[in-house]
Each structure stands twice: as C-alpha cells, then as structure tokens.
Design a protein around this ligand. Structure first.
Ligand SMILES: Nc1ncnc2c1ncn2[C@@H]1O[C@H](COP(=O)(O)OP(=O)(O)OP(=O)(O)O)[C@@H](O)[C@H]1O
Ligand SMILES: [Mg+2]
Length: 286
C-alpha cells in the first residue's frame, strides 16, 4: 500500500526580496521533496544552505515564488486554507524565548488552541496532556522566563502539541540547549514518532540525524543527497566537501578503514559500531 504524503514540495524556488537591486539569489533552487506521513526526516546543510527557508514553506510562513507546496493535500498558496494548514503542521524553532508568549506556563500552552476557538474544557484537557507529554506538568503554574532553556523549549513544544498536529517541523530545536536539554527534546521527538506524528528535524548534530529514517542534505538551495542515514553517512568525503561531518561512530570506522581495517561504514549506532569492532577483534584473535 502506498503511504500518504504529509508534505509535498514540488520544484520550489524562493528568493528574499533584496533592497539592493539586481541582487536576487535563489535561496531555494528547484527543490522537490515528498515527506511521507509518520516518517522522521532529518535535514542537514551548512549555514545558509536554505534549510530554514524550506521549513517555513511547509506551513505557509513563506510562499514559493515558483513551484508549489502542499501540506496534507492543501496548497499553501491558497490563502483561504491558511488556518487549515497551520493546524496540522506545527513549527518549533531554535530559540525558546521567541516562542513563549505568556507569563504562566499553562497559559502559554493554551495560547494557540485558544486562538483556534477550541472550547475551554477541551483546551484544559489538551494543555494538561501536552504538558505531561513533555514532562512539564508540575511546572504548569510557573513563570516561563524562570525556567531553564531546555524546560522553555519543552513548554514551546507542548504549545505545538496542544494543537494536535499531524506533522511537526523542528528547526534546530536543540541548538541552544545543554546536553540534558538536548536529550529531553530528542526523547520527545522519538515519542512523537512512535505516536505516528510526522517529524522533520533540521539539525547540525549528526548523531540526531542518525536517529531518523531519512536524511536530506541541502547545499546552496538544492537537495544534494537524500536517503537512509546508513546510506547517506557512508559518503564521508562528499559530506566533508559540503562542510558537514558524520556521526562519531561513522568517523571512527572511516578512520580505521583508512588504516586498512575492513569494517563496514554502515554501522551507525554506538552499539552496532561496538559490536562490529568487537567482532573484528575477536575474529582476528580466533
Ligand atoms: N529574511 C531574510 N531576508 C533576506 N535574506 C535571508 C532572510 N532569511 C534568510 N536569508 C538568506 O537566505 C539564505 C538561506 O537562509 P536560511 O536561513 O534558509 O539557511 P539555513 O540553512 O537555515 O542556515 P542556518 O544553518 O544558519 O540556520 C542565506 O543566504 C540567508 O542569508
Ligand atoms: Mg536555519
């Protein structure tokens, strides 16, 4: 059976209107990408490669100058569908401070569903449920500005979850967080994936991308690689040329291979990498 498409980006071109005349650079250059419902896609690319611009097209924050974007079958250029599109496609950004709008955690989480005109009782239920999902329920009466960066980001995610989205686009959600905050956000992402929510994660952390089903690599506004993480990360040298690294496990195996050790570059997880190394050592001894 064919899977449903959550987001379809079809031959999209975009440029920002510049104040300087004659300077029009395509920030997105004929980007085509279909994201299956329920999948977990990571988007990589060096600074300025167009990742955030692409993300903002997914829920009509930006509209394509050429080509089209459809979210759950709805064309983002159709102004009449704006609310219908923003409801199922949530966005989480890098800086939690810019996403918090209220002085009390639970009011902040209720903000977006209130604007949709959802009945108060239903909102109460959704807010409690969302705060529990991100492990922030006991902070519901707190002031968001007194929370840690990681806690604020979890509140921002709860605000998106309260909308009951079918897809969430995370634009470097862990960039400003410490390791503990990062781990908490990644745990939430893996829980969302288990619940069938479509996840698109823009990240500079290769180990985060390694958790995905699919890695899309962007360079100068184009999609230049697209495949499973095992496949994409075997292209160590090409990724380096694009200014990107690979997960630490791949790096270790890559260096060992350069020294003549015959280990598979596709061993991605820490356990898997350790098993390959142990197998190799034991094999040589046996
Ligand atoms: N509001 C804007 N006005 C003009 N140019 C912009 C604007 N936002 C982004 N750009 C330019 O568009 C290009 C792509 O930016 P974008 O933010 O999409 O990249 P990115 O891949 O998300 O980068 P990063 O990894 O730094 O977040 C860059 O050259 C950037 O300078
Ligand atoms: Mg960005």
């Amino acid at each position: 059976m064919k899977n449903n498409i959550a987001i379809k980006v079809d031959n999209v071109t975009y440029f920002y209107n510049s104040s300087e005349q004659n300077v029009i650079n395509d920030v997105l250059d004929c980007v085509t990408l279909s994201v299956e419902e329920g999948s977990f896609t990571a988007v990589l690319g060096h600074n300025g490669s167009g990742k955030s611009t692409l993300a903002k097209h997914m829920n009509a924050l930006l509209l394509p100058k050429g080509g089209s974007v459809t979210a759950f079958g709805m064309d983002t250029r159709d102004e009449g569908l704006l609310i219908e599109i923003r409801r199922p496609v949530g966005m989480v950004f890098q800086n939690p401070d810019n996403q918090i709008v209220s002085n009390v955690v639970e009011e902040d989480v209720a903000f977006a569903p209130e604007n949709l005109g959802i009945p108060t009782e239903e909102i109460r239920k959704r807010v409690d449920e969302a705060l529990k999902m991100v492990g922030m329920y006991e902070f519901r009466q707190h002031a968001p500005h007194l929370l840690s960066g990681g806690q604020k980001q979890r509140v921002a995610i709860a605000g998106v979850l309260a909308m009951h989205p079918r897809c969430i686009v995370f634009d470097e959600p862990t960039a400003m967080l410490d390791p503990r905050g990062r781990a908490d956000v990644l745990k939430i992402i893996s829980m969302l994936k288990k619940r069938g929510v479509t996840v698109i994660l823009i990240t500079h952390h290769m180990d985060e991308a390694a958790l995905s089903d699919r890695v899309v690599v962007m360079n100068d506004g184009k999609v230049v690689m697209d495949g499973g993480p095992r496949e994409v990360f075997t292209h160590v040298e090409e990724l380096r040329k694009l200014g990107l690294s690979v997960p630490d496990t791949t790096e270790l195996i890559y260096e060992l291979r350069c020294d003549g050790y015959k280990l598979p570059l596709s061993a991605l997880g820490v356990e898997e990498c350790a098993d390959e190394l142990a197998g190799y050592i034991l094999g040589r001894q046996g």
